[in-house]
Design a protein around this ligand. Sequence first.
Ligand code: PEP
Ligand code: MN
Length: 337
Amino acid sequence: MIIVLKPKATKKQVDHVLARIKELGLKPMVSKGTERTIIGVIGPEDTLRAQPLEVLPGVEKVMPVLKPFRLVSREFKPEPTVIDIHGVKVGGRRIAVIAGPCSVENEVMLLDTARQVKRGGALLLRGGAYKPRTSPYSFQGLRETGLRHLHEASERTGLPVVTELVDTRDVEAVARYADVIQIGARNMQNFELLKEVGQTQKPVLLKRGLSSTITEFLLAAEYILSQGNFNVMLCERGIRTFETHTRFTLDLSAIPVIKKLSHLPVIIDPSHGTGLWEYVPAMAKAAVAAGADGLIIEVHPNPEAAMSDGPQSLLPKTFAALMHDLKKVALAVGRTI
Ligand code: PEP
Ligand code: MN
């Protein structure tokens, strides 16, 4: 249920509505827009249906939410969410590009890559320290050592870092070193992990599951928001289809669909989405044209020797050339990069 307050509702009236909801044993979540306040109510809708909340002073209307998700919905928050990551804004006019290696392999390569992607125009650095690999024999990541390298690279370059969390036991360590917690595609429906990150206030980059529908994706985000963390970015990274020329099928139509349904920023990952570096520039440009708020791109100084995802990693110079082209696409759609 969503309660829309009148534009001129006073703080006292809002507090009274909140108190009434709590009295009914329900949890109110407040969205303060520039125009008006909206209250989302979590809990059994039947309790509310029996209560005439419309009559409370300051209330304009009470609407049932027909969609399965509530706090992530546009109905709850009509204005787009802008997430501030140490001054880097995601969801505003400027498109945020996140770049870096798939895995943190060692201190030197990470710092080298970080410096090069910064020069190319990236605003955030990516790098995995805990790697969810298909095979148990593949490189599993440097774990805490990798987190320290990321922190060091961030200190030296000024780029905030994005890194993946795969286990609830590592929330504290990852939250200590990272500026954005990535929840990978394979963990999109790890509900305990979602609840844990929901209890922090760290920005979260939530990746779409390999075989998840957009509704399932938004419900996964709802888990995080329902715990009180509204700093969520939704990342489309390709889904499983019958096509084999690319590693996954990058669902660019998810951009307008999610933009219609939700207020959360949308990030596109053309690297995992295609699996092949030569297709990354085309998909990155298409994503910007289609309204993405950001991109996450894998860049490696020597992709042939990469410990993970070499075939889809751009060389730093290819990344820089792509950034140059993206500027023109961004300008054409009223954005900057
Ligand atoms: C990654 O970003 O390196 C990664 C493992 O992504 P995904 O979860 O989308 O496969
Ligand atoms: Mn990767």
